[in-house]
Design a protein around this ligand. Sequence first.
Ligand code: IPE
Ligand code: IPE
Ligand code: MG
Length: 240
Amino acid sequence: MNLPRHIAIIMDGNGRWAEQRRLPRIFGHQQGVESVRRVVRECLSLGVSHLTLYAFSSENWGRPAEEVAALMELLAQFLSQELDTLMREEIRLRVIGDIALLPPAVRRVLDQTIARSSGNGRLVLNLALSYGARDEILRAVRSLAGQALEGRLSLDEIDERRFSASLDTAGLPDPDLLIRTSGEKRVSNFLLWQLAYAEFFFSEVLWPDFSAEELRRAIDDFGTRQRRFGLTSRQGPAET
Ligand code: IPE
Ligand code: IPE
Ligand code: MG
């Protein structure tokens, strides 16, 4: 089977899942955490080595304060509950996004979990938190422009490799497969640079209902795609 090395997921539809049941939206987010656990387990069992989950966008800060607070609480809870599993299953936690904006309690548990799991190598679990691709790109541009102004970098040294290495995703392979749940077909400011040649899979399933089976459906579909990377099909399967 042609397995994606890196899967990125826009976990969408928690609010609608709860609203369909006349429950407060946060119940959908709570249930969504179970889907995260299911997907991580399935990635481990299939041998996927990188998983990036869009958990909270820069734009999500604009949601009602109670929802933002409940999401931050849920995140801190999830991180402290998961440490044992991360260590047992050899999962390395990473984060992308402007984490300086996260509440101090969340940052503390995040920093601890990242440090503790940094030696693990079976699966990289990369959480996008307070993440917006435009913001990420601008932070990279500022950093490179700063180095250029100080004379430490010449303009022609700013190439794709160096630019990629200045993004929050430095060191990670680009996603091979992007999944978005809940039937929405848009990117919502996620990984705009890194998705250049990703295959897209849109699932109608709301995130809290997302199952291991639905993940396998996405991966099977990915296996049928011919990735050409701009070449012709006769030039043979191009390598990433
Ligand atoms: C995704 O579910 C989770 C976050 C954005 C934090 P939503 O909360 O966006 O759910 P819908 O789209 O309103 O159903
Ligand atoms: C994208 O979902 C962000 C996350 C899943 C964290 P949104 O629900 O915020 O996206 P839009 O507003 O529908 O584009
Ligand atoms: Mg949504």
